[in-house]
Design a protein around this ligand. Sequence first.
Ligand code: 23J
Ligand code: MN
Length: 263
Amino acid sequence: MTSQQILADMATALVSGKIEIVDLTAPLGPDTPILHLPPDFAKNTPKFKMHEISAYDQNGPWWAWGWMELGEHTGTHFDAPSHWISGKDVPENTTDTVPVKNFVAPCAVIDCAAEVAADPDFLLTKEHVQAWEAKHGDIQPGTWVLLRSDWYHRNTSTEAFLNADENGSHTPGPSVDCVQYLVEKNVMGFGSECVGTDAGNAAGFTPPFPAHSLLLGIGRYGLASLTNLDKLPPTGAMLVVAPLKIIGGTGSPVRALAIVPRD
Ligand code: 23J
Ligand code: MN
C-alpha cells in the first residue's frame, strides 16, 4: 500500500468514525493542579492565570483577548530533555529543537488502574512491563509508554490529585529498574496521569526522579497530567502531542490527542 493510500484511507476512517480522536488533555485554568516540591526547593511553579486585555469593551470594542501567566510544566504537559540536568547537554533538547517527527508516535498503554486503586504508592516495575509485553507484544523503539492509573479522575481537586500527607505525595510512577528497562528499549518517553512522570516518593529513589533523570538523560521525553487513558487500547493507538515552540523551553503545556482504531 502506498503512503498516499494509507492517508486517504485514514481520512475515510476519520469521517466514518472507524478511527476516533480521543482528547488526553486536562482543562487548563486557575484550578489546574500544580506540582508542590518539598520546602527545601521553595520556588514552585505558579498557578495558571489569565489576564484580560479586552472583552469587546473600551479596551477593544470588537475583540476579546488575554495574556497568560503560565509555567512550562503546568497541566497536561511535555517534558523536554533540557528540563533535567542529565539532559542539559543532549542535542535537540529544548521545545524548539525537538524533531517534529517525535510528536507523532505509537503508544503502549499499561493498565494499572486496579493496582493503583489498592495502593496509591504503586510502582510500575520492569516485571510488570515484561508481563504486559508477554500479552501484547514487545514494546518497540520510539513508542510512548503510558501508565494508566485512572488518577485523572482526581484532576479537579489539587488535594486529591497530589494526595500528600506529612510523608510526602502518594501517587504512582515507575520504579528505577522499570525506567532502566524503558531506556534499553529506547522508548519515546513515559507518560502519566499524575502531576509528574515520577512517583510521588521518587525524590528518595537512586537516582532521584528516574523517569526524569534517565529518560530525559538519553534525549527522550515525558508527558504528565494525561487524561482518558482508560479510553485507549493497550496497543494500536497513535499519539499526537506537540509542545509550544518556546525558544529554549524545558517543557510546555500540550494538547495531547490519541488517534484510536475503533473496529
Ligand atoms: C521539577 C522537579 C521535580 C519534578 C518535576 C519538576 C516534574 O514533575 C515536572 O513537571 O517535570 S517531579
Ligand atoms: Mn514536567
